[in-house]
Design a protein around this ligand. Structure first.
Ligand SMILES: *[C@@H]1O[C@H](CO)[C@@H](O)[C@H](O)[C@H]1NC(C)=O
Ligand SMILES: *[C@@H]1O[C@H](CO)[C@@H](O)[C@H](O)[C@H]1NC(C)=O
Ligand SMILES: *[C@@H]1O[C@H](CO)[C@@H](O)[C@H](O)[C@H]1NC(C)=O
Ligand SMILES: *[C@@H]1O[C@H](CO)[C@@H](O)[C@H](O)[C@H]1NC(C)=O
Ligand SMILES: *[C@@H]1O[C@H](CO)[C@@H](O)[C@H](O)[C@H]1NC(C)=O
Ligand SMILES: *[C@@H]1O[C@H](CO)[C@@H](O)[C@H](O)[C@H]1NC(C)=O
Length: 784
């Protein structure tokens, strides 16, 4: 909501102004005008204290009446009557009333609410040429807007809710160039909205609820400041409006919308309230709406949204009120909507969902209805200007890329201006050409690249930049079918490149506006994050705002790892797809090698990765890959998220905090190992502490104790010596004092030892089962 409207702030302002103007003496003509207003309003009780002796500038403000003076004139007048005030008597004249009002020509803020004022607003109100805020809600004003309103050039807030204004909204509205709030709720306006509304670029709040408007909503995508759009209870439609992505509240309920929900809606990162209920929206419901980063209220009830939803969908934890009822949804209700005994409400009756306690239609109903409304959502192709970018070949070095970006911006700007002249909406586009590679820069940095890395990246395509078009094609325009999930920093899509390979595309929405140059250093670091045990970066793409060329989103392209998370192969009763002991050790070794690479394989190292077992993916050969690490890009943006080091400052190489960060990764690794060994889901730090103690106890007890607690799925096949080694290193990783935790090299050595004894035994056991003993004792390596 616009700041100007917040009552408490307003009060503070009033009080400060009052104290400044304490000693002013009001011009007598203005006092006379106020007294006349009192009479014209038929002496309402709230003004009973006004008389010939009132010192208007020094009266105590109250919620009903406030007069604010500056020097010796009145700048603010607020008279707020009782709710549902009756009509003023027949002899009231709006014309005399306004004639009196304009005797206060210095008024900047005027509220005349619930006073029974009736009539058609005369044009001479425009003589209040300083007027900035006008609130005349809850009266009985009728007729159209006087054309002279357009002369109120300082007006930024116009609130005329709950009146009886009628006719169309005039086309000259755009002459109120500074308008921030336009609220006309609950009137009798009709007709379609003028296109000029789309050029009020300062507009932050537009409320047109409860009128008789109809037709398409004009293109509002240029209103980049628009935060609140309320169009409910009209007859707008059928297309979903084109809007900017800064919206906080979007209410379209009870209209005649009949289209699909465009994919862009899932990029409204500030959206808190979305109500599109009681329309005829068709096409697939976008599960991404549940996980929008700011969403708290979502109402899509009473539409014809189709598609299958899954239990495993994720939701924003702040999402308290959800209404999915009366659609054509199938599948099962996402767990995240039910799980935490949340204090909100979740409604989902009258769909075709499985086994729920709210009334559902039989599945054929949704199927036939869905066929009946089979209108596919319109997916307008973004018009893009990228064609004007000249196609440059391979550009060596970051400098070249920066120069290319600058050149591209120049072209975009020129083109952008030309477009503005022809009143086309601005379009976002990419700043970099797909052809420029990073290879030479990478090679020149070879001294920083450890042997591990060079070995590790075999088989990956060269890091490069991607074009926005390429990404849109690969994700089928960010189709919901490509949506993989929501990471801490944005959505992840699966992409299918033209060459047939799959990639994972992370969309990182930038909150602050920076140019591409500001990201170059981080992009360079990301380009080095390539290793056998990392889900490696393959490239990136910038999407920029047209107006100032700052980066709106960065797409990071990663290899696609198809085989699920390590967790899905460990715990949760999927014994059918449970990893055997050898594979578990191999996975742990992979994760440890990934961590080792993050710490030492690149400069500066990447620490505090806050790794969880769900951040480890397995590929088709069960090679473990870390998919969520502390991307330098993200941590340096100061964005919220759990990836930011608890020590506050991001460490560069070799200082003290790096040492401690490195030990926080060891601890997290210990937690993963704990789950790998025990096959239990670990929910809290308390769990960790209790289970660590259990492990410790079983280590000093005997083989039977150890076999008693290890995951039942591997109990038979693991050699005690191997198990004991794993348990020991796990316990050491989980030591409270960071400095006492082992180094990553120490961890790796022990894991490899555990793998070797297991392997040796398996070899033996083929010939002589039943004698699983091994004489080997693990050698302690200490590399502090
Ligand atoms: C205020 O003064 C005017 C003359 O200046 C007089 O006509 C009127 O009755 C007075 N009103 C009150 C409420 O005293
Ligand atoms: C208007 O009429 C009311 C009674 O209905 C009366 O009290 C009031 O004085 C009149 N006002 C004017 C300005 O004539
Ligand atoms: C208009 O003024 C009334 C009374 O102060 C207030 O309740 C209302 O919120 C204002 N309208 C807006 C949109 O701020
Ligand atoms: C819009 O409202 C005005 C005034 O009530 C009426 O005269 C006009 O016929 C209406 N127009 C339409 C198209 O409904
Ligand atoms: C959703 O909207 C419908 C109709 O517009 C309304 O009846 C219902 O109460 C809303 N649900 C919630 C949870 O607010
Ligand atoms: C969710 O579950 C469905 C089927 O149960 C599966 O196809 C889909 O891949 C799962 N999605 C994620 C993100 O795990």
């Amino acid at each position: 909501m616009a700041k100007e409207l917040h009552p408490s702030k307003f009060l503070v302002l009033v009080i400060i102004l009052l104290s400044i103007c304490d000693s002013e003496q009001l011009q007598s003509s203005q006092s006379q005008a106020l007294l006349r207003i009192q009479g014209l309003l038929n002496f309402p009780a709230i003004l009973s204290s006004w008389d010939n002796n009132t010192d208007f500038c020094n009266t105590e403000p109250n919620p009903s009446v406030t007069v604010v003076c500056y020097e010796d004139t009145i700048t603010q007048l607020h008279i707020i009557g009782k709710k549902k005030a009756p009509l003023l008597p027949k002899n009231f004249s709006i014309d005399s009333f306004v004639t009196t009002l304009v005797k206060l020509p210095t008024l900047k803020v005027l509220s005349l609410v619930s006073l029974g004022i009736w009539g058609s607003l005369p044009g001479k109100i425009s003589r209040l040429s300083s007027l900035e805020i006008l609130n005349m809600s809850s009266n009985f004003l009728y007729g159209g807007f006087p054309h002279e309103f357009s002369l109120l050039s300082s007006l930024h807030t116009l609130i005329l809710d709950d009146n009886m204004f009628s006719g169309r909204l005039p086309n000259w509205l755009d002459s109120l160039a500074g308008l921030i709030v336009l609220s006309l709720k609950n009137n009798l306006f009709n007709g379609s909205l003028p296109n000029s509304l789309g050029s009020l670029e300062t507009l932050r709040v537009l409320s047109l609820s409860h009128n008789h408007f109809y037709g398409e909503v004009p293109d509002l995508s240029r209103l980049t400041n628009l935060q609140v759009l309320e169009l409910d209870d009209n007859a707008f439609g059928p297309q979903f409006p084109r809007l900017g992505d800064k919206l906080v509240t979007l209410t379209l309920s009870n209209n005649k919308f009949r289209s699909g929900i465009p994919a862009e809606v899932s990029s409204y990162y500030q959206l808190e309230r979305l109500d599109i209920s009681s329309n005829t929206f068709v096409g697939p419901f976008q599960p991404a709406l549940l996980s929008l980063p700011s969403i708290t209220y979502l109402n899509v009830s009473g539409n014809k949204l189709t598609g299958m939803i899954f239990e495993n969908l994720s939701c924003n934890s702040e999402l308290k009120q959800v209404d999915l009822s009366s659609n054509l949804l199938t599948g099962s209700l996402p767990k995240c909507l039910l799980s935490d005994s949340n204090d909100g409400t979740v409604q989902y009756a009258k769909n075709c969902l499985e086994a729920t306690d709210q009334y559902q239609q039989p599945p054929p109903f949704c199927h036939t209805e869905a066929l009946a409304v089979g209108i596919l959502p319109e997916r307008k192709k973004h018009k893009r200007v990228s064609k004007v970018l000249i196609s440059l070949g391979v550009v060596g070095g970051a400098l070249g890329v920066v120069a290319l970006a600058a050149l591209a911006f120049f072209l975009i700007r020129k083109r952008g201006n030309a477009r503005n002249k022809t009143k086309n909406p601005p379009t976002r586009l990419i700043s970099e050409n797909a052809a420029s590679g990073y290879t030479s820069k990478l090679l020149s940095d070879a001294r920083y690249i450890s042997q591990t890395m060079k070995m590790g990246t075999v088989g990956l395509p060269t890091y490069r930049t991607y074009s926005l078009e390429e990404i849109e094609v690969a994700t089928n325009n960010f189709d919901t079918a490509s949506f993989m999930g929501e990471g801490p920093h944005g959505q992840i899509y699966r992409g299918h490149l033209r060459n047939g390979s799959f990639v994972a595309i992370k969309c990182v929405k930038m909150i602050k506006r920076y140019s591409t140059q500001n990201y170059m250093q981080q992009i360079e670091l990301i380009s080095k994050l390539r290793h056998r045990h990392l889900v490696s970066a393959l490239g990136h793409c910038f999407e920029c705002y047209l107006d100032d060329s700052s980066v709106s989103r960065i797409f990071l392209i990663f290899e696609y790892v198809p085989n699920g998370t390590l967790k899905s192969w460990i715990s949760g009763g999927h014994s059918r797809r449970s990893l055997n002991w050898t594979h578990r050790i191999a996975a742990a070794i992979g994760v440890a090698k990934g961590i080792q690479f993050l710490h030492t394989g690149i400069v500066p190292g990447v620490y505090s990765n806050n790794l969880k077992i769900t951040d480890v993916l397995l590929d088709q050969n069960f090679v473990a890959k870390i998919c969520s690490y502390n991307l330098p890009l993200l941590s340096n943006m100061g964005k919220v998220g759990h990836k930011i080091s608890s020590s506050g400052s991001k460490s560069t190489n070799g200082n003290k905090s790096a040492k401690l960060d490195d030990k926080s990764d060891i601890y997290d690794f210990g937690v993963i190992l704990l789950e790998v060994i025990l096959g239990r889901t670990i929910k809290s730090r308390n769990d960790v502490d209790a289970l660590r103690d259990l492990l410790q106890a079983s280590i000093v007890a005997d083989e039977e104790a150890r076999r008693g607690i290890v995951d039942a799925a591997v109990r038979k096949a693991c050699l005690d010596q191997s198990l004991k080694t794993m348990m020991e290193i796990c316990v050491r990783c989980l030591v409270k004092e960071p400095a006492d935790r082992p180094s990553i090299e120490d961890v790796l050595w022990n894991l490899q030892f555990a793998a070797q004894v297991q392997e040796a035994w398996r070899g033996d056991s083929q010939s002589s089962e039943g004698s699983p003993g091994s004489p080997l004792e693990p050698r302690r390596l200490t590399l502090h």
